[in-house]
Design a protein around this ligand. Sequence first.
Ligand SMILES: NC(=O)c1ccc[n+]([C@@H]2O[C@H](COP(=O)([O-])OP(=O)(O)OC[C@H]3O[C@@H](n4cnc5c(N)ncnc54)[C@H](OP(=O)(O)O)[C@@H]3O)[C@@H](O)[C@H]2O)c1
Length: 208
Amino acid sequence: MKVAVLGGTGKMGNGLARHLSRNNEVIIGSRDSARAEAAAKGVPGAKGGDYSAACREADAVVLAIPYDALPEVVGLASEAMGKLVISAINPMKMDSGMLVYAVNGGSAAEELARLLPGSRIATAFNNVSATFLQREEFPLIDVLVACDTKETYEEAARLVRTIQNMRPLYAGPLSQAGTIERITPLELNVAKLNGTGSLGPRFVSRKD
Ligand SMILES: NC(=O)c1ccc[n+]([C@@H]2O[C@H](COP(=O)([O-])OP(=O)(O)OC[C@H]3O[C@@H](n4cnc5c(N)ncnc54)[C@H](OP(=O)(O)O)[C@@H]3O)[C@@H](O)[C@H]2O)c1
């Protein structure tokens, strides 16, 4: 698959780009095409471009950008319209020393769906720490995916599975995205308070 990673110059986007590049054609997207090209040099087989160029070529688009930048970035990436678009965005802020979920209404993924009508929107990768992705290999991790149709889930899950040791799990319609996004500040607070280092979800079943 050809995958554009918007925010591919950042911690999360770059980590995803490196792991996705093992089994996909990756295009790193940035507000600045020179920055994207520089970041692409560190990702095997990848190329870089501004957000518009990256989306034009891609079959699927992953957003790893700050929540507050969502309207600006979507404005620069209208070529994502009609494609599979995955949000890894977690709206968070610091409050009295704790990270808390801070969204304007609904969730980042639902806001994305409003900004990009006609696209196949999913949320995924939200609870995977970029520090996991810095490693060549990491332990098995579950990737919660919320989206509105079975077809979108299958398409998003196929992309998740292209990263070794990531297991996609369907978490319901896009209206559930806020529940997934909220897990991230919880994980980060727990990691800090308990000195565990970065955490990621792994759901254990009775069958395991
Ligand atoms: N870090 C993690 O462990 C992690 C894990 C899961 C999910 N996430 C989510 O991924 C998103 C990015 O997090 P990050 O830690 O990767 O952040 P980051 O290192 O600061 O990277 C964010 C990227 O977004 C792009 N961007 C576009 N518009 C922007 C703007 N107005 N202001 C700042 N940056 C802008 C920047 O790329 P250009 O300047 O090149 O356009 C930048 O490289 C967040 O929503 C976060 O919740 C992060």
